[in-house]
Design a protein around this ligand. Structure first.
Ligand code: NAD
Length: 265
């Protein structure tokens, strides 16, 4: 019988987009569970503030300036983490942005920007982490932050939906390739989470659609949930902890939807 364990003592984790929202909560949760955490973000100052909070709580962390769409920035950041803490056992590829526009109005540069942060970023961080994960016999865990939109479409979010579907493919191939190196992969698929990324959409959508902010929340964002609840960053962080700490590879290649009943697969 597999015993559940939430202890990450001795592990090193890299979390991208860790200066805010979901990534921040995962970084803090991993640190509380004993991991040394690379807090990587394009916003270095905000990443440094997260590191201060982790250290104040008795944890170990390193701020890393990293634009995940830049190969050199990713490679330098991963190397700095490995030099500092001696390895890398867990990657959470989480950095992301949102651009909302119908396909016929979307600029090619916005399309490419979305793919470069969400998909190139996932590929580049995975490739860099695997250089270290494949060179030892320890368990390696790679987690991608997908979305309910990894599984279903949404109006005006073509680049986001496309990129989030793409993460499923990367995760599944990595599950097959990584197995012989004891590396497993997962996609966590949240519903709407009230982070800065979503908070700014509420007034924007209310203005555009001529409806109240309450209607945006209830009739658009939470309409498909069973209980009109946002997914919380805490729930996602606990799921990321469960997956990183899980002692076997039984969940490899899987996407796990965490969305208050929106999209039941
Ligand atoms: P957030 O805006 O709170 O945090 C995103 C972080 O990513 C920020 O700190 C930002 O500086 C960083 N970032 C942006 N571009 C970057 C880049 N090029 N390189 C490195 N860092 C970069 O947003 P969030 O809601 O916490 O989003 C985190 C992830 O969760 C994203 O991938 C998002 O698509 C996904 N997600 C969010 C929701 C939601 O409702 N909030 C739902 C499903 C999935």
């Amino acid at each position: 019988m597999t015993q559940l364990n939430q202890d990450l003592t001795g592990k090193v984790a890299l979390v991208t987009g860790a200066a805010s929202g979901i990534g921040r909560d995962i970084a803090e949760t991993y640190a509380k569970a004993g991991a040394a955490v690379g807090v990587a973000d394009i916003n270095l100052e905000a990443a440094q503030n997260v590191v201060k909070d982790i250290e104040a709580a008795g944890g170990k962390a390193l701020a890393l300036a990293m634009d995940v769409s830049s190969e050199s920035a990713v490679n330098d950041g991963v190397k700095a983490l490995v030099d500092h803490f001696g390895g890398i056992d867990i990657l959470v590829s989480n950095a992301g942005i949102q651009i909302i526009d119908p396909i016929h109005k979307l600029s090619f540069s916005d399309w490419k920007k979305m793919q470069s942060i969400h998909l190139d970023g996932a590929f580049l961080t995975t490739k860099a982490a695997l250089q270290y994960m494949y060179s030892n016999d320890k368990v390696g865990t790679v987690i991608y932050t997908g979305s309910v939109h990894s599984h279903e479409a949404s109006l005006f979010k073509a680049p986001y939906v496309t990129a989030k579907h793409g993460l499923l493919g990367l995760c599944r191939v990595l599950a097959k390739e990584g197995a012989q190196y004891n590396v497993r992969s997962h996609v966590i698929c949240p519903g709407f989470v009230k982070t800065p990324l979503v908070e700014k959409q509420i007034p924007e959508q209310a203005r555009e659609k001529g409806i109240s902010e309450e209607e945006v929340v209830n009739d658009i964002m939470l309409v498909n949930t069973v209980d009109k609840e946002f997914t919380s960053t805490e729930d996602i962080a606990q799921l990321a902890l469960f997956l990183a700490a899980f002692p076997t590879n039984v969940f490899t290649g899987q996407s796990i939807v965490a969305s208050h009943g929106w999209f039941m697969n």
